[in-house]
Each structure stands twice: as structure tokens, then as C-alpha cells.
Write a protein that binds this ligand. Structure first.
Ligand code: NIG
Length: 380
């Protein structure tokens, strides 16, 4: 069925056409067939945008949506001065292992619907709160029912039963778990950080993932300086995520690579860490994405609008750069060229904002600005 959205005050294409005023967009099922200005073509269905702004749907390239329980007490303690530590992940592992697959599915599906309402049209989902073969598989199976961008994160932390035997756990992750995960995931990730996995362990996990046919991503330089960013470049990861603490050498390496720097500003908000300096990274020429990192420990939000606002207010990005990072940047972090832009041949994944321009995402912080989310031509 053909659809035209017309009377668009401002259409952001993220392509050579740039930003069109008095615009329309023509859709045939899951694909955009044309964009233009002036008189729109005929179509089976017409949606009047009422002079509002249309943007490509947000691409959330980093989430941990599958978990049970919450860690609100840990969050409240942090707001009173306690630091964030990776070890809190084990609390969620315990709650997730104790939950049924049905409950985990219900919880993840509800979070997914919340993300859609927030204008997210593509979402990456990691495992990582099961941390044994049985429970990682349950998470991956739920993930693949919700998205095509599923990431195996068996290397999130060393689970309790392997404490003091990290190399044995890495052996399990790179062996039996990787073999089973590769049936359900398209990516592998590792948390390369003090308190999680060191450089050699992370490299071994990425190498095993690559040998199993998975694409690579890495949690890097989140809690302090470290080897993660340069390891991500060495391994040609699609994305180095967090990148809160980057040295000049890290930035040079990332800028000279095809690894996207994915910032997760709601994490700095929720952990009270310093915000990364995105300006330095952009000025060096690296490709930048912004993602929500929705998880119960360090960033319990599906609001990409909040992330955009924080990136502008706290990280030195312009509003245009932040919008781009949340759309085409996320697509680059997933190595996708069919999303993150709008024009003939793109997927018909888009958002009608309840505002005349995308500036309002930052100008009206905390106020819902999503009038309509469309995924594959369907209104959600
Ligand atoms: O990306 N850094 C590691 N993983 C998550 C945190 C998960 C948690 O604290 O439960 C993150 O921030």
C-alpha cells in the first residue's frame, strides 16, 4: 500500500537533499520511494504532518533490554555519593536467572514498546544477565524475537560461580557458549574494564566471535582509561561503546578507523561520572553514535531525546550533530545502510515530532516530543 506524509514543515533526510521545508515523503510498504517539496504524488493513504518536523527513526545501537528486577536502591545510593561499580551486574544476573522465560519476554516486550513510543525504530539488544549457557540462550532467544540486531554479551562480568577463575569462564564463553550463541546472535561484545575482562581476555572473546561468524563490538573505556578503544580499532569492531575516558592516542586511532564511537550519555547522568568530550572526537573526524544503553544498573531509560539533550548540553555537540549521531550514527554502528536516513530506497522508519523542528528535542527537555513512530511503513 502506498502512503504519503505531506504538509511536513521540516524533513530531515540525512542525505545530500539535506533538510527540506514544505516537504512530503512517499512510502510503498517498508520502503521510501521518494521525497520532495510542493505538490505530493497521489497515494492510497495520506497522513497530514500539520507542519511538524519528520526525522529518520532513532537507531539505538546499545541496549541491555532483557533482565528482571531493578536496582533503584543502588541508584539512590549513588545519588547520595557512592560510586558505580561493574559488580552490580551480578545482582541483576541473580534476578534474571530466577525469572521465567515468559516473564523475561513480557518485561523486554514492554521495554521495546516504550522504546518505540520514544521514537526508536531499530534497536540492538544484548544478552549478558544470564552468564551461563542456559540463561544466556534464553536471553538470546527472546532477543531474536524482538530484533535482528542481537548481541551475545556472555563476557559482561565473571559470574559468582567463577569468581577467582576468570580464565575458566572465558574458556566457557569462547567455547560452548559462543557455539550456541552464534545460532541466535549477529554480534559479540565484551566489557573490557577493570572489574570485568582485561585486554587479552577481551581479545580472545572477540576472536572467538569472529571465528563463529559474528560481528564485533566492545564496551571500552567506560570507568577509566584503558586498552578497550585501541583494541576495538585493532579488531575492526563496528563500534567502541561508552568511550568516556579517551586519550589523544585513542581518539587518533578511532578517527583513523571504521570503528564508530558510541556515546551513552544517560550513563554518565545515572552514574554521576564525567561526560565524555564529544567535541574532541568529532573534530578529530571519527564517526559518532549516541545510544540509550537501557539497562537496570547504569542507565534505565529508553529516551533517546534525553540522550540527545545531554549530548548537546554536556558533551559539546550541536543539536544537528546529536540528531545525526542518534540516527545515521547508530546505523553506522550497526553497519546498516538501509536505516538512519530518509530517501528513495531507505526503509520507511521515521518519526513525526510533535514540534516544528528537531531543536525542540533539546529546547523542551523532559517533554515528550514524539507524535508518531513509523516502522517499515506501519504506524506504531
Ligand atoms: O553498558 N558496562 C557494562 N554494562 C552496562 C551496565 C550494566 C549494569 O550495571 O547492569 C553498561 O553500562
Amino acid at each position: 500500500m502506498s502512503t504519503v506524509i505531506d504538509n511536513i514543515g521540516l524533513l530531515v533526510t540525512n542525505r545530500d537533499e539535506g533538510e527540506l521545508t514544505d516537504a512530503w515523503i512517499a512510502i510503498d510498504g517498508a520502503l521510501v520511494v521518494a521525497t520532495g517539496t510542493g505538490k505530493p504524488p497521489a497515494a492510497d493513504k495520506r497522513i497530514d504532518a500539520e507542519r511538524r518536523c519528520v526525522i529518520p527513526g532513532f537507531v539505538d545501537s546499545h541496549t541491555h533490554l532483557i533482565f528482571a528486577g531493578d536496582r533503584s536502591a543502588e541508584f539512590a545510593a549513588r545519588m547520595s555519593g557512592l560510586p558505580y561499580e561493574a559488580g552490580g551486574i551480578r545482582t541483576t544476573v541473580e534476578a534474571t536467572r530466577a525469572a521465567t522465560a515468559e516473564l523475561l519476554t513480557e518485561l523486554a516486550t514492554a521495554r521495546m514498546a516504550e522504546a518505540h513510543r520514544a521514537g526508536i525504530t531499530t534497536i540492538e539488544i544484548k544478552s549478558g544477565y544470564g552468564l551461563d549457557l542456559e540463561h544466556e540462550l534464553i536471553s538470546l532467544q527472546i532477543g531474536e524475537r524482538l530484533t535482528s540486531e542481537v548481541t551475545f554479551l556472555g563476557a559482561h562480568v565473571v559470574p559468582n560461580e567463577f569468581l577467582g577463575r576468570a580464565d575458566d569462564y572465558v574458556h566457557l564463553v569462547t567455547g560452548d557458549m559462543m557455539k550456541a550463541a552464534a545460532e541466535h546472535a549477529s554480534w559479540v561484545d565484551a566489557f573490557c574494564e577493570v572489574g570485568a575482562f582485561d585486554e587479552d581476555q577481551s581479545r580472545a572473546i572477540l576472536e572467538a566471535g569472529r571465528a563463529s561468524g559474528l560481528g564485533l563490538r566492545l564496551h571500552a573505556n567506560q570507568l577509566g582509561p584503558g586498552p578497550g578503544a585501541q583494541l576495538a580499532v585493532e579488531m575492526d569492531c563496528a563500534s567502541a561503546d561508552h568511550c568516556t575516558f579517551l586519550s589523544d592516542d585513542d581518539i587518533d586511532a578511532l578517527a583513523g578507523s571504521s570503528t564508530v564511537v558510541t556515546f551513552l550519555p544517560a550513563t554518565e547522568f545515572s552514574t554521576k561520572q564525567p561526560y565524555p568530550d564529544a567535541r574532541r572526537v568529532l573534530d578529530a573526524g571519527a564517526t559518532v553514535a549516541i545510544a540509550t544503553n537501557c539497562n537496570p544498573g547504569s542507565s534505565y531509560t529508553t529516551s533517546m531525546s534525553l540522550c540527545v539533550a545531554l549530548a548537546v548540553r554536556e558533551m559539546g555537540m550541536t543539536i544537528r550533530e546529536a540528531l545525526q549521531a542518534a540516527t545515521s550514527g547508530g546505523a553506522a554502528a550497526l553497519r546498516r545502510d538501509d536505516i538512519g536516513w530518509l530517501g528513495a530506497g531507505s526503509r520507511s522508519d521515521m518519526v513525526v515530532l510533535d514540534a516544528p523542528s528537531y531543536d525542540f528535542l533539546v529546547y523542551r527537555p523532559g517533554v515528550p516530543q514524539i507524535a508518531l513512530t513509523m516502522i517499515g511503513g506501519e504506524q506504531i
